[in-house]
Design a protein around this ligand. Structure first.
Ligand code: BG6
Length: 606
């Protein structure tokens, strides 16, 4: 996700834009740029933090009352000044900033290449040339026509030298807010850049286009019909605004999951062919066929996402897959060869253990690829290909949305390999159909946050927990246990349900709650009998169960129901109640959920 700021009015735009970008740096910070319209368009861009851009601007004449600015979280195209926004059309008369993913940018670019020259690798520049193609003197109409050709998501602001007193903004899937002043307007990705000037805001909704002059703001739908919108008063402070009103980044990122999950899979699957297309794999069909073993290297939460990937690769592709804790792998004399494909799975792309393990695998001749969140990170650059998970900046130390998106990408990779041998087109279509339903099913679970909060508060004084799962829900139990430990500092352990009777059950007592995942799948009856063993020791039970399972309520009053889905995909849903349980427990204990003690977002030392 990127950050957009724009201004039109009587003030000098440049200081407002730079100040606004600083407040949006949490949305992306690999490069930034600003464009001011004052007869011509003056544009300055820089790589790195906003300070670099501010430094560059210092001795330049950037006077003017209308401008747009952008801080980038790279998705398409590496981190470079030429890929930084704002992006020009061919004639430098039109300039835009954009947040989102243009899914069909390749086909649009091929159509435009004959008459337009491109200078960047971005999907955004395609949008600039597409608007230019349709421009016939009315920017709002040209933007609307161009957007009718676009598949994907956007929050964009455009301006044109031929309409020097106008901004056009549009939103589909990426937030845009308009701040209303006295003959002046502010546009931004959230309200934080405008709160110093106005608290009167209009939240653009999906499919809306705004035409803004200092005197007038008009909003239309994509059929060019005028829409009336209410001006709302926000009473957030800047910090709250950056979290869209959430109390901290962790809860915001838990709630981001349905949206960023779609960003992970968007444009990377083929429903008709029942397959996936992850171009970054950078392997020929023959090379893919030559793979006899897959190793998934990761640390922490990423290693539990990797365990989900193990089930996916083995079940869909029939390829033996091992999950290796990166810090152990490199010293364990690993068996790796030319027929081995090694993925480094990492949010930051900087985890030293994962990097070192990948380098060891490379020395042994394996194919090494990355499943990474941060574009341009060390692991993204050192691997010979891979896929960005498009989770957007994850600022809370405890990983949530990155974990879900890592799993999503591994399902797609498993399908891509699976369709080379044992997975039929029908199975592939069923998996993709189930994947496409995940976001709405996540939303159903997120709506139960208050109920989960009540359960968490009921057990907040307990000092020990077990988390139990079976099959695909073992990594879910492990992740739920880690989340509780990380942010609430409460001790917990996770076990496969069948393992309790071989020792751990000795610990059970009425003050040792057991959180079990008992969803309706092939191991449901087995988990139920494991839970009976637990109840026989008088330990309290909290359940994640499938909607409609009345048996769950007979076992305990503390049941969190989740919608059914394909068994393999259950972790994408079943983990959310555990994230929320850990979150509410930590809050009830007064912990700093975004910055838990002793932890770092990325451990770049061994
Ligand atoms: C830990 C983080 O330091 O590193 C975890 O606190 C994370 O949240 C783990 O899962 C691995 O980090 P990364 O960036 O390699 O996924």
């Amino acid at each position: 996700m990127c950050g957009i700021v724009a201004y039109i009015g009587k003030k000098q735009a440049s200081p407002i834009l730079i100040g606004g970008l600083r407040r949006l740096e949490y949305r992306g910070y690999d490069s930034a740029g600003v464009a001011i319209l004052d007869k011509n368009i003056k544009r300055i861009r820089s790589v790195g933090k906003i300070d670099n851009l501010a430094e560059k601007i210092k001795n330049q004449d950037l006077s003017g009352n209308i401008g747009i600015a952008h801080t980038r979280w790279a998705t398409h195209g590496g981190v470079s000044e030429v890929n930084a926004h704002p992006h020009f059309s061919c004639d430098d008369d039109l300039v835009i900033v954009h947040n989102g993913i243009i899914e069909n940018y390749r086909e649009l670019k091929n159509e435009l290449l004959t008459e337009h020259n491109f200078v960047s690798e971005t999907d955004t520049e395609v949008l600039a040339h597409l608007i230019e193609k349709y421009y016939q003197g009315n920017l709002k109409e040209a933007v609307t026509e161009a957007l009718s050709r676009v598949r994907g998501t956007y929050g964009l602001v455009a301006m044109h030298t031929k309409e020097p007193n106008k901004l056009v903004a549009a939103r589909l899937g990426s937030p845009l807010v308009i701040g209303v002043g006295d003959k002046e307007y502010y546009i931004a990705s959230d309200t934080s850049p405008m709160l110093a000037y106005t608290k009167n805001v209009i939240f653009l909704d999906d499919g809306e286009v705004a035409e803004i002059t200092p005197e007038n703001l008009q909003i239309f739908n994509l059929q060019s019909e005028a829409i009336n919108k209410n001006v709302e008063q926000v009473d957030w402070d800047e910090a709250q605004a950056q979290k869209f009103g959430f109390p901290n980044f962790m809860l915001k990122e838990i709630y981001d999951q349905p949206i960023v999950f779609q960003d992970a899979i968007r444009g990377r699957y083929d429903l008709d062919g029942g397959t996936a297309h992850l171009g970054g794999l950078n392997m020929t069909i023959d090379e893919m066929h030559s793979i006899k073993k897959i190793i998934l290297l990761a640390c922490g939460t990423a290693s539990y996402a990797a365990m989900i990937g193990k089930y996916a690769f083995e079940r869909l592709a029939g390829i033996s897959t091992e999950v290796e804790i990166a810090s152990e792998f490199r010293y364990s004399d690993p068996i790796v060869g030319r027929d081995t494909l090694v993925f480094g799975i990492t949010q930051s792309g900087e985890t030293a253990d994962t990097l070192a393990a990948l380098r060891e695998a490379k020395r042994k001749g394996a194919y090494i690829r990355g499943i990474v969140n941060v574009v341009g990170s060390t692991i993204a650059r050192e691997t010979d290909g891979g896929t960005y998970i498009h989770a957007g900046p994850e600022l809370a130390v405890a990983s949530t949305k990155a974990y879900t998106n890592m799993a999503a990408i591994m399902f797609l990779y498993a399908l891509q390999f699976g369709r080379l041998n044992r997975t039929s087109v029908a199975t592939g279509q069923r998996l993709l159909a189930a994947l496409l339903e995940i976001p709405e099913k996540m939303e159903i679970i997120l709506k139960q946050s208050d109920k989960i909060k009540t359960i968490a508060e009921k057990y907040k004084d307990n000092k020990n927990f077990f988390f139990l799962g079976r099959g695909v829900n073992v990594p879910v139990a492990l992740e739920g246990s880690l989340k509780l430990k990380e942010i609430s500092y409460v001790h917990s352990e996770a076990y496969p349900g069948g393992e309790m009777k071989h020792g751990p059950i000795a610990l059970l007592s009425p003050d040792f709650p057991v959180f079990a995942i008992m969803t309706k799948n092939q191991l449901y009856e087995k988990m139920r009998s494991n839970i009976e063993e637990v109840r026989a020791r008088k330990a309290p039970v909290i359940l994640v169960a499938t909607e409609g399972d009345e048996m769950a309520k007979k076992i305990t009053e503390d049941v969190i129901y989740v919608p059914p889905t394909m068994e393999l995909l259950e972790p994408l849903l079943n983990t959310i109640p555990l994230q929320l349980f850990a979150y509410h427990t930590a809050v009830s204990l007064g912990r700093d959920v975004d910055r838990p003690r002793n932890l770092a977002k990325s451990v770049t030392v061994e």
